[in-house]
Write a protein of this length. Structure first.
Length: 159
């Protein structure tokens, strides 16, 4: 279903950042985080409440046509200022941004969490790795070892 939703949203000018299922048996939940397609995004392009409402109505109709019913609560939202980095292309797209990476195991100096500048994505013969500048050191962290990766939002005073 995720691939179908990605294609459907692309037709609306949006990308599926993240899809989560939750809730309980009585009230299942489908949560979608959307963003403007990279090719259509501008520096100031943010996902508005109107965008979320329009996408929610369209996805609801799409899923009813696809499945014949909508037995879930649908939530559509922007990815927020601390946008999750989920797909390999996210690690390329947001190169130069500050990120927070949390690993399943320690990532650096015994810490499960690191913050630094995302340099990009290293791929090749081995699994893809995020290349992150942390202080004076460049770390290569396998994407499979990440429990969570997000952009890091800081107020100007924190810099």
């Amino acid at each position: 279903m995720e691939k179908e939703l990605e294609e459907f949203l692309a037709g609306l000018g949006f990308e599926l950042v993240q899809m989560e299922r939750g809730g309980g048996r009585r009230r299942p939940l489908l949560r979608l985080r959307i963003d403007h397609l990279e090719s259509e995004a501008q520096e100031s392009a943010v996902v508005t409440l109107e965008d979320c409402a329009r996408v929610s109505r369209a996805v609801d109709e799409f899923l009813v046509q696809r499945d014949g019913t909508a037995e879930f609560t649908l939530e559509v939202s922007s990815p927020g200022v601390e946008r999750p980095l989920v797909k390999e292309r996210d690690f390329e797209r947001f190169a130069g941004s500050m990120v927070r990476l949390r690993g399943y195991e320690p990532l650096h100096a015994g810490a499960k969490q690191v913050e630094g500048e995302l340099v990009g994505l290293v791929s090749g013969e081995t699994e893809p790795r995020a290349l992150v500048q942390v202080d004076d050191e460049k770390l290569e962290i396998p994407l499979s070892g990440l429990a969570r990766a997000t952009l890091l939002y800081r107020l100007a005073d924190d810099l």
